[in-house]
Ligand binder design. Structure first.
Ligand SMILES: Cc1cc2nc3c(=O)[nH]c(=O)nc-3n(C[C@H](O)[C@H](O)[C@H](O)COP(=O)(O)OP(=O)(O)OC[C@H]3O[C@@H](n4cnc5c(N)ncnc54)[C@H](O)[C@@H]3O)c2cc1C
Length: 406
């Protein structure tokens, strides 16, 4: 076992941290307060140091370390989230490198990879995932939006809801890896397909945007498709097998989501600790009161355990793809579900306790903690799988699926 990052990986981590501390952290409030708030120069800067290319093979303009893509993505997002506590930029990036770079490199055909991957690696396009529908998100197998084959095209009709970066992919270019019903008679076993959908290139797509409580620099909204034509070259994976590809994609996405929560929690604990060393009450620094220091010790322990488990999960996923047969999805699922269940709760709890430690100052917008709490809540309330769904996955591992209700 090796519990250290390789030299190259450590250098990558340091480069991302240095870039983010200098260029991202001072602008996180600005990012949170502006609609479409992610500045182009930051995206370009991150692309230049390899963040958007870290899951894209060199052949397509990226700088992925073969067999370590998910682990590098974890590092990049962890570092970004430390600097951008509102989560807008970490989420924008994790979707683009996860559901874009890594997923399309694994599932796209050669033509699609040549077209899309270089634009993702350079930061020009954004990418995301479109699975949830107005009728529900947890029960992915129950989606209704149809993409029915007609010759060498799919004709799409239906609606997707609560989708991240609806506006960004129309403003900058790009799209979403999207799950459809392609054969209503067959269900999940052979009747669902994933397609790369670029709304700017498709007729019959309209979009709407919601007003979220957090991640204000990034849009969440929905798409409606009315007889929208998508060429079959944009199939991601095998026709009919999209449900399984999507579930595998969720594991990668949940690693980077948990990494974002981990980075946010780590930074909020640091902010609270720095403050507690400086601020005096009753003649002593706050840190000398065990009511304060034990609180942070408690959070720090959970944070450290999460970090190790998350790295293990990312490593298992990378092995799954690079050394077929080394792990099964059934082995990976509960490890990732544990992380995706714990990380958002921890991030929200860390923000809450840090706000308490900073007293009245913590409740103001002079401190970034309220932003951290609003951002992390998106992952408690459901994005990339709600907490209860993660517990169902873990329970299946404990009891066996036949003993666990969906
Ligand atoms: C900010 C934000 C961004 C998002 N971005 C995207 C995106 O980019 N792409 C995308 O496809 N989706 C996205 N989503 C949607 C997200 O995936 C869904 O919110 C999630 O899957 C839950 O679905 P739902 O909201 O419809 O809740 P429901 O499925 O209606 O569930 C509601 C509640 O019931 C619980 N529940 C459901 N079933 C069970 C059960 N069997 N046992 C116990 N409890 C249960 C859930 O845990 C949840 O708390 C986003 C959501 C948010 C909040």
């Amino acid at each position: 076992m090796e519990y250290r990052l390789s030299k190259e990986h450590e250098l990558f981590k340091r480069a991302v941290r240095e870039y983010c501390e200098k260029n991202v952290a001072p602008r996180s409030r600005e990012i949170d307060e502006k609609e479409n708030g992610i500045p182009d120069d930051i995206i370009k800067g991150l692309a230049d140091i390899g963040v958007f290319g870290c899951t894209v093979p060199e052949k397509y303009g990226g700088c992925a370390m073969p067999g370590e893509e998910t682990q590098y993505a974890l590092t990049a997002i962890h570092e970004l989230a430390r600097a951008e506590l509102s989560m807008s930029l970490p989420v924008y990036t994790l979707l683009t490198i996860g559901w874009g770079g890594e997923f399309i490199a694994l599932y796209g055909n050669e033509e699609t990879k040549k077209e899309i991957l270089p634009k993702l690696a350079s930061g020009e396009w954004s990418w995301g995932i479109c699975a949830t529908e107005p009728g529900g998100g947890s029960d992915v197998a129950a989606i209704k939006t149809q993409a029915i084959r007609k010759g060498n095209k799919f004709i799409v009709n239906g609606e997707k809801a609560y989708i991240s970066q609806v506006k960004e992919c129309q403003k900058r270019g790009g799209g979403h890896s999207t799950l459809f019903v392609s054969d209503p008679a067959k269900g999940v076993k052979g009747g669902m397909s994933m397609l790369a959908v670029k709304p700017n290139d498709c007729k019959g797509v309209t979009s709407s945007v919601y007003k979220d409580m957090g991640r204000m620099g990034l849009s969440t909204g929905g798409f409606r498709y009315k007889d929208t034509e998508v060429p079959d070259k944009y199939l991601l994976g095998q026709e009919g097998k999209g449900f399984y590809a999507c579930m595998e994609g969720f594991n990668v996405a949940r690693v980077v989501v948990a990494a974002a929560c981990l980075g946010g929690a780590e930074r909020t604990i640091e902010i609270a600790a720095e403050y507690a060393k400086q601020r005096k009450a009753f003649g002593r620094p706050l840190s000398k009161f065990q009511g304060i220091s034990f609180d942070l010790a408690d959070l720090y322990t959970q944070l450290d355990l999460l970090k190790t488990q998350l790295m293990r999960g990312a490593w298992m996923i990378d092995k799954y793809y690079s050394e077929p047969g080394s792990f099964t999805q059934k082995q990976i699922n509960p490890i990732i579900a544990e992380c995706k269940w714990l990380a958002p709760q921890l991030a929200v709890e860390a923000a809450k306790r840090a706000i308490m430690i900073l007293g009245a100052f913590g409740y103001t917008k002079e401190s970034p903690l309220e932003m951290a709490m609003r951002g992390a809540m998106s992952y408690v309330s459901g994005a990339e799988g709600a907490a209860n769904i993660m517990k169902i996955i873990i329970a299946r591992d404990i009891f066996g699926s036949e003993f666990v209700d969906k």
